[in-house]
Design a protein around this ligand. Structure first.
Ligand code: GUN
Length: 280
């Protein structure tokens, strides 16, 4: 048996079409502002992709690129302007920020109703409390992939590897909300391989190339790979050893073409959701 390959590109394309159709029925164009500080090459690519995808589904997108020596005060002033701008429904500040800018202060300055990344403490609290709010894009995309692949979550043993605020913690909260039994593993976890062997669903979000080996995987397990790691040979690989996992797993997301495309599609959906909620 070889695993079902969960096609993130196809699921993301369907979601983008859904967003485009719903956006075109509105009497206004939802607006997304993407803020990039500095010239990190990976961030530049991500931001360009977000901007392009937003325009394709009919959102009003603009990227505000600021130099690396922008002060924290100047960035906070820009965010205040975007908070006050009635045409701006979503604000995304690309991370990481330059070291002299405090990310926590910046994220707290974004109007929670426009926080399409779901990183503001109000939205983090809403997710933890099971209240309505904007949910981080990658975790939301992961849940949509599990839903698409018809993976039962209720009572399922799920292992989340990685405890970041962007992926690990929020995806664990979403899985708990769906009645999964969730373990969060991290750098201090003993016997990670054993934890993995006990899991029916593994979400790998650590950023270490092919760390999860084939012999860590329970037969039939669902594997969601959030990692995007560039090898010395220049190819992209995930956090899971894909070729080893394929004959053992029940379902698996490829890298690239799995979780990645879902992140942007969910950002577009969050922007639409924020616009409708704000302008009702
Ligand atoms: N950097 C890496 N991932 C993300 C993300 O999801 N949102 C933002 N704003 N920055 C990131």
């Amino acid at each position: 048996m070889t695993a079902q390959i969960i096609d993130g590109r196809a699921v993301a394309a369907a979601l983008r079409e859904n967003v485009a159709a719903r956006a075109s029925a509105l009497p206004y164009r939802p607006g997304l502002a993407v803020v990039l500080v500095g010239d990190d090459p990976a961030s530049r690519v991500y931001v360009r992709n977000k901007d392009k995808a937003a325009l394709q589904v009919g959102l009003h997108a603009r990227t505000i690129a600021l130099p690396a020596d922008t002060t924290e005060a100047a960035l906070l002033a820009l965010i205040k302007n975007l908070n006050d701008d009635p045409q701006t429904d979503g604000i995304l500040v690309q991370l990481p920020l330059p070291a002299h800018i405090r990310s926590d202060i910046v994220l707290r300055a974004i109007d929670p109703a426009k926080d399409v990344d779901g990183f503001h403490p109000d939205n983090v609290a809403a997710l933890a409390l099971g209240e309505p709010g904007l949910v981080p894009c990658t975790p939301r995309g992961i849940l949509r992939l599990l839903e698409h692949a018809q993976i039962p979550l209720r009572g399922a043993k799920a292992l989340v590897i990685g405890r970041s605020n962007i992926v690990g913690k929020p995806v664990a909260a979403l899985l708990v909300a769906q009645n999964a039994t969730v373990t969060i593993a991290h750098s201090a976890t003993r016997d990670l391989a054993g934890e993995c062997r006990r899991a029916e669903i593994v979400i790998a979000a650590v950023g270490r190339a092919e760390m999860v080996r084939g012999d860590w995987i329970a037969p039939g397990a669902t594997l969601i790979d959030v990692g995007i790691n560039r090898t010395d040979a220049g190819t992209l690989v995930g956090d899971i050893a894909y070729a080893e996992a394929l004959p053992i797993a029940g379902a698996i997301t490829p890298v690239p073409g799995g979780v990645g495309p879902m992140t942007i599609a969910c950002l577009l959906e969050n922007t639409l959701t924020a616009a409708i909620a704000r302008r009702h």
